[in-house]
Design a protein around this ligand. Structure first.
Ligand code: TXD
Length: 319
């Protein structure tokens, strides 16, 4: 059987990390595409030179030509500009929308059968625009944010309880931004919901509130520390989990930005919801019951996404 092909559109910090992980896991051969000459070739060659040591046979190729992504099974899009300190995700909108247009056209022409995973910020608006620009079916275009946000939530909770990160499940809904909705009620340690753990004296409401707040601002915390860019290890790991899930038809239930068609009473917008991710891409959207407070938080998150979409339409009326 021929190897799968993973195309990485954008070979910056996340793109390079994606290439390394995809190769190490032998998910397939990797094409790094970037407009910056030399960067994708250099990173591809550097990673390939580690393959005899680590013992994997994935081929890596750097390119500035969309022809090289032809027939890709998965395209992971990080192309664009990353957030700098003081810059909000929304400031990125104008620049990255233009990038999505060219990337969408490239994918439409050369890899129309791929699963497309968008990472570029502002995520919910960019994945929505990328689906439109590429014309690919909505089930094959998804956005990565929820796995990262819930991984941050899980990590902070595991630290608080001094238990394995693997024993903690966490649930984050809504747009990828400060309005995201970490759902305390649906987050657990070995199946025990957080409100029960508060009652059991494992933690306090105040501590959980602080963890929720830190999760919401998790991206900014890393930006403030790095000073020259945004997070890349955990975002790359999150997108690789999505790619692997698709290629192996695992049908994990994971939070992703997916296009809603009636679920949660919403249409034609991308927002973070739990989905079943398998060989058909987004196979099912899980509609969880929200209480009044959760619904209010979700609504304000959706309003923030709508605002970004409106701003995109103003910038590019073809959307
Ligand atoms: O949860 C999430 N979705 C995110 C999103 C978490 C962290 C970071 N997130 C966003 O991912 C971030 O705000 C950025 O929009 C992307 C990529 O972040 P990364 O840290 O990898 O950015 P880099 O290092 O600046 O890489 C971007 C690359 C860079 O090499 C550019 O030359 C290239 O994108 N680029 C392009 N490639 C192809 N085509 C075009 N038009 C293009 N423009 C820039």
């Amino acid at each position: 059987m021929a190897r799968k092909k993973i195309a990485l559109i954008g070979a910056g910090m996340i793109g390079g990390t994606l290439a390394h992980l995809a190769a190490q896991k032998e998910l397939g051969d990797v094409v790094l595409f970037d407009i910056a000459e030399g960067i994708p070739e250099g990173k591809g060659l550097d990673i390939a030179e580690s393959s005899p040591i680590d013992g994997y046979d994935s081929h890596l190729k750097g390119s500035q030509d969309y022809k090289d992504i032809a027939g890709a099974d998965v395209c992971i899009v990080t192309a664009g500009v990353a957030r700098k300190p003081g810059m909000s995700r929304d400031d990125l909108l104008g620049i990255n929308l233009k990038v999505m247009k060219s990337v969408g056209e490239g994918i439409k022409t050369h890899a129309p059968n791929a699963l497309v995973i968008c990472i570029t910020n502002p995520l919910d608006a960019m994945v929505w625009a990328l689906q439109k620009f590429s014309g690919l079916p909505a089930n094959k275009v998804v956005g990565m944010a929820g796995i990262l946000d819930s991984a941050r939530f899980r990590y902070f909770l595991a630290e608080e309880f001094n238990v394995s990160v693997e024993s903690v499940t966490a649930f984050v809904l809504g747009g990828h931004g400060d309005t995201m909705v970490p759902l305390v009620r649906y987050s657990t340690v070995a199946g025990i919901p957080l409100p029960d753990l508060i009652e059991m004296g494992w933690t306090t409401q105040a501590k959980i509130d602080a963890i929720v707040d830190r999760t919401r601002k998790g991206g900014g915390e890393i930006v403030a520390l790095l000073k020259t860019g945004s997070a890349y290890y955990a975002p790359a790991a999150s997108a690789i989990q999505m790619a692997e899930c698709y290629l192996k038809d695992k049908k994990l239930v994971v939070p992703c930005a997916a296009q809603l068609s009636g679920q949660y009473g919403l249409n034609d917008l991308y927002v973070g919801v739990p989905i079943v991710l398998g060989a058909d891409g987004c196979e099912r959207i899980v509609e969880v019951k929200l209480n009044k407070d959760e619904k209010a938080m979700f609504d304000s998150s959706v309003a923030a996404v709508h605002e970004l979409m409106d701003a995109c339409v103003k910038l590019d009326p073809s959307l």
